[in-house]
Design a protein around this ligand. Structure first.
Ligand code: ADQ
Length: 777
């Protein structure tokens, strides 16, 4: 649950308060300005009245004085007792200063313009002249003789400095008043809005969130602004609790029944296993990516075993998937928090995209993960590269992912499933902040033996990060053994080989095998019946495969998948068995992968050249031995190829599990449903984890080209009854041990993987404590 925002200024109430405060300040400012302006005007009017009166009183004397040789004497005594009066001056008709009282003769230049104006128009001219040391009010009155002829000008000067002072004072007061009013209004309105609206509604939102996640035993928050809302909320909570209880009972009933593992059964099981807490998946690869095509965002489903495995799980349970937003249209299709409901059109869970910089992606993903850890964990004789700068980015990116999860969860409890080698540090980072979270880590690739893992310069940090998880899962027991062996040798941890766990700083991590599997193809929106037959027909026509038995391979183009070895085995097949020429074609679907790494880019070219050279050797008319279709093919197309293939070849040099082998087996369900579907034969590398689950496949060593070619020959020529027998056994096993069961097992184990107090020395354990797997019981 997210906590209340500490700074209300960021809230809507603060913004509302700010708007009201600005309005109030504007109004107060306008009123003050109007007031100041009127006072200023009345001050000027007052000065003008006084000046006019003085001019009137002195006009006659001034006319007379103008006739005298020393007019100064005539006005000298008349100026006492007039406040703010600077003086009176008399100008002759030619604009020359005749006399100036009170010593204002030095201001003659200030008066010359008003005098000229008054003489020119024959009437009073009033003006306010501003100077640095203050303003002067000037009234110039033309003096006329009895015949009305201008004989001079009388000028009255007043000191208007007090008006300036009054203006400045008024403006400062107005500003202070406006600010005080603004502040008062801000505090009042923002405070009231926060107290009566925003806070209760915020609490309601948090409460509803907790209700959704099933953690809401208490009553709804008090003080909701609308009484009806409070009533409705109470009813909603009551019905929610009742529904949840019912659902839980039904779920327990369902789980206890002996039905096959389906999406519904997993959903029911998750309700129980998650104990009302949301499920959060964290992985580098996102399940739904948006790419720009012709300026428009287009949805892309990445070719990834991890995505294939986990998307159906989250679709079943709901929850949150946190992953790197790698698509160039990902930002524009997500909201401001990077979230988007998925699958688009039928939303079942939320995808939160994490943004990492190009530099981080370079070091964390391409560098440390795929040039370091990937070759380290896959024994394919590719030398791992460890750069200090890549490690730095790996740490930073892991912190970003962990931060995104913590940010999204707030204070909510949750069950977090961290995925794969790109995020080894995330469990430790999560637990450091939130020891109450239940954290599982699933490692999708092999774990090498301790001797091989030892070469990693960051082995201790990696192991410590992983041991933050309560449960660490691998596909095979052997990978788990290798992992514990590495822990034993490289970090200070207490190992318990009976419970298969490691304890570090009082925290226990259990290590368990969970062989991953697939869902039914019918759940992946593929065609069936006549539509599938039409699709197959068009594929056959498009690639001129008429009348041919088809072998198929489906892989990300990766050196661990043994695609070159496969092509060489196909070549050897046509060499040794010319009878298959023109009658058997091998179709390789290859999704470009990690092409930013030169090794991967070069591999595509290398494979294309190899396929070309084999085709050049054996091609005959429209028939060719190898169709290398480099593309990201959608699920219906992959399915159609798997359906028509009579042989599927998986020749990984090393593989955690390999889902394609299981997808091929799953594609052979309802064999009678579609012509020309057939049962098929799986040729499978002994170095893929899947070889343990599918022993009925023709198991090969991909490095042994002779044996490999012989296995393909055997697959093509195998008796139908034997094919069917082998395939039926594999199919039943894949159907039973499907992806839902994998997820259920993992979740149950995670639910049980709680650190237990160390047994008392006197007490000998009679049972193996730790985790259990429900579906095995
Ligand atoms: P990957 O190495 O990605 O997975 P894999 O298990 O074979 O390998 O899964 C590949 C997925 O991508 C399959 O679902 C396949 O159908 C799909 N795919 C492959 N090529 C494609 C193409 N050209 N077009 C479209 N789709 C394509 C990692 C580990 C594996 C482990 C999985 C799951 O390396 O060992 O089995 O995770 O844990």
């Amino acid at each position: 649950m997210k906590s209340l925002p500490a700074r209300p200024l960021r809230s809507r109430s603060a913004r509302f308060g700010l708007v009201v405060a600005l309005l109030a300040m504007t109004v107060t400012g306008a009123v003050s300005w109007f007031q100041i302006h009127s006072e200023q005007q009345s001050g000027l009017d007052d000065l003008e009245r006084r000046a006019s009166l003085l001019a009137h009183r002195n006009a006659a004397a001034a006319i007379m004085a103008l006739g005298q040789p020393e007019p100064q004497v005539a006005i000298g005594d008349r100026l006492d007792g007039h406040s703010r009066l600077l003086g009176i001056a008399i100008f002759r008709a030619n604009g020359e200063l005749a006399a100036a009282g009170n010593g204002i003769a030095d201001m003659a230049s200030l008066m010359s313009d008003p005098v000229a104006e008054a003489l020119a128009h024959g009437e009073d001219f009033v003006t306010l002249r501003r100077a640095r040391d203050g303003s002067t009010h000037i009234l110039a009155r033309p003096l006329k003789d009895a015949a009305g002829t201008p004989v001079g000008t009388l000028v009255v000067l007043h000191d208007a400095l007090y008006l300036d002072d009054r203006l400045t004072r008024g403006m400062v007061q107005g500003l202070v008043l406006a600010l005080a009013v603004g502040l008062g209004m801000f505090l009042l309105t923002a405070g009231l809005a926060w107290m009566f609206f925003e806070r209760p509604l915020h609490l309601l939102a948090l409460w509803m969130r907790r209700l959704r996640f099933g953690n809401t035993p208490e009553l709804p928050p008090r003080g909701l602004p609308v009484r009806r809302l409070a009533d409705e909320t109470r009813h909603l909570a009551a019905s929610f609790r009742a529904a949840r209880m019912k659902e839980r009972e039904a779920a327990q009933e369902f789980v206890r029944s002996d039905k096959a593992w389906t999406r519904d059964r997993l959903r029911a099981h998750a309700i129980d296993a998650l104990n009302g807490e949301p499920l959060v998946v964290v992985s580098n690869r996102e399940p739904y990516m948006h790419q720009l095509r012709d300026g428009k965002p287009v949805l892309v489903r990445p070719a990834s075993g991890l995505v294939t495995g986990l998307d159906p799980v989250l679709r079943a349970t709901g929850g949150l998937w946190v992953a790197h937003g790698a698509g160039d249209a990902d930002r524009q299709t997500a909201d401001s928090a990077g979230c988007i409901p998925v699958p688009p059109g039928d939303p079942r869970y939320t995808l939160k995209r994490v943004w990492i910089t190009k530099q981080e992606e370079e070091g964390y993903y391409y560098g440390f993960s795929n040039e370091g850890l990937w070759p380290l964990c896959h024994l394919t004789h590719e030398r791992p590269v460890f750069r200090a700068s890549d490690w730095e980015q790996y740490v930073r990116a892991n912190e970003r992912f962990a931060g995104a999860v913590l940010d999204e969860l707030g204070e909510e409890r949750a069950v977090v499933m961290v995925q794969d080698y790109q995020l080894a540090l995330v469990p430790g980072l999560l637990k450091a902040q939130r020891p109450d979270l239940r954290v599982g880590l699933f490692w999708h690739i092999p774990w090498p033996n301790a001797e091989a893992f030892r070469i990693c310069p960051y082995r201790v940090e990696l192991l410590q990060g992983m041991l933050g998880a309560d449960l660490v899962g691998f596909h095979l027991q052997q990978h788990g053994n290798n992992f514990l062996e590495s822990v034993d040798r490289m970090v200070e941890a207490k190992l318990d080989w009976d419970r298969f766990s490691a304890e570090i700083k009082g925290h226990t991590s259990f290590v368990r095998p969970f062989p991953i599997s697939v869902q039914r193809w019918s759940e992946r929106g593929v065609a069936s019946g006549a539509a599938l037959a039409r699709q197959i027909e068009s594929l056959v026509e498009q690639h001129q495969l008429q009348g041919c038995a088809i072998g198929v391979g489906v892989d990300r183009i990766d050196y661990t998948k043994g695609i070159a070895e496969r092509f060489r085995a196909v070549e050897r097949l046509f060499e040794k068995h010319p009878e298959h020429r023109g009658k058997f074609s091998f179709v390789q679907l290859g999704a470009p992968s990690r092409v930013h790494i030169p090794k991967y880019r070069d591999l595509i070219t290398e494979l294309e050249q190899l396929a070309d050279s084999i085709n050049w050797k054996y091609q005959d008319g429209s028939w060719k031995p190898i169709h290398f279709l480099v593309d990201h093919h959608d699920a219906p197309r992959v399915y159609a190829f798997l359906r028509i293939a009579s042989v599927c070849v998986v020749s990984s040099l090393h593989d955690g599990m390999n889902l394609v082998s299981k997808e091929f087996v799953a594609a052979k369900e309802d064999v009678e449903d579609t012509a020309p579907a057939s049962d098929g034969v799986l040729v499978l590398s002994e170095f893929a984890g899947a070889a343990r689950d599918l022993p009925e496949a023709l198991i090969i060593n991909p490095y042994d080209t002779e044996e490999f070619a012989a296995a393909i020959h055997l697959a093509i020529t195998m008796e139908p009854s034997e094919k069917q027998q082998r395939m039926t056994r594999m199919r039943l096993r894949v159907e039973e041990n499907n992806i839902y069961r994998w997820a259920a097992d993992f979740l149950t184990s995670l639910a049980h993987a709680k650190p237990r107090p160390a047994p008392h020395p006197e007490v000998t354990a009679t049972s193996t404590p730790g985790v259990s797997t429900p579906s095995n019981s």
